[in-house]
Write a protein that binds this ligand. Sequence first.
Ligand code: ACO
Length: 374
Amino acid sequence: MTEHYAPGLEGVIAGETAISTVEGGLRYRGYAVEELAAESTFIEVAYLLLKGELPTQEDLADFEAVLDESVDSAVEICDLLSQIPVHTPVMDVMRTGISIAAHYDPHAEDDHDHADADLNKALHLMGVIPLILAFWHRHTQGLELGEPDPERSYAANLLSLITGKVPTSLEEKAMDVSLILYAEHEFNASTFTARVVTSTGSDLYSAIVAAVGALKGPLHGGANEQVMAVLEEIGSADRAEAWIRNALAQKRRVMGFGHRVYKDCDPRAVYLKDYCGQLAERRGRLELEQRAEIIEQIVWNEKKLPPNLDWPSARLYHYLGLDVPIYTPLFVVSRVVGWSAHVIEQSRDNRLIRPRSRYIGAEPRAYVPLSERD
Ligand code: ACO
């Protein structure tokens, strides 16, 4: 067998999926993500990703009813979370909260073969994750957590649980679009992590906890928080050009740019930028858009690197009045759908994921007893 080694598995086809593709633009189950973002809602998209087809109105009502049932268990989860030191990073709390959520799912032990077992676990997580995030965020500020309003959309509830304020229709739509765009992205690092865990026969909760760990890193989901740090460090539009030229000269990695697959354009970033513009105008923050535009132009001209989704997301969340430490956790709120769809797909046609490594260590050598070592 010829040995083929691809560091970072770059370009390697590591499995098959019917959930999404990035070939010829991003599509979820065949639908262009731009069309879903314009016409659909995050809950419809979640149904599509998890079940394969867009829902009828009746399907959607049943789906939302199962989702609502999980909200009650959030009280016990948040009670346990309140024991954690308040300075704990939010992504670590998300990881712990999801692990605790498993203990409050009466069906946690149902295995992959059990009808709808993984779908119900995914819905349980979609119900409790926004509450875990909102609870923790408010708890660390000494604020009480409100209750979700079943009459409101998922995005509106998410925003109002976190901020304590009812969002405007533009804010609600912007958050919904961001959730849709973050929901799924084929074999990215965290999704692949979830599939590896599933391939051993382990359960959905374990796969999602592992995926959260993978998402946390600054080369993946953690980038959206770093982006805001960059924009703040730059300070103003008139300093942007000097800052970025200096950063590139120092071979600094500019967070929010570049992608393993998209080399010319990340379509999600293009789509979300428009919402950044609309929100910036409402907030009187067009100067921040100019700052970002200057960076974009220079990084493209000098390095041919396009912005990825994390680049506009950071500004979008900023305009929505959200604090930086919850930006990556917001990615979890959305991506749990894609991860769960992959857990379901992997377990339906499973083969243990176990690649080989190329050995570069010591030549064979004899063992020296401890007493004879220098
Ligand atoms: N800033 C500056 N230079 C960069 C950047 C960047 N953001 N990204 C890539 N490059 C350069 C590298 O230095 C390298 O240059 P060289 O050939 O002169 O050494 C070249 O582009 C190729 O970079 P790699 O790291 O090999 O490309 P890879 O496919 O592994 O990178 C990655 C993908 C990790 C996303 C990278 O672009 C990066 O680190 N970006 C910043 C972090 C980020 O924004 N992550 C979010 C990813 S998208 C998401 O999770 C939603």
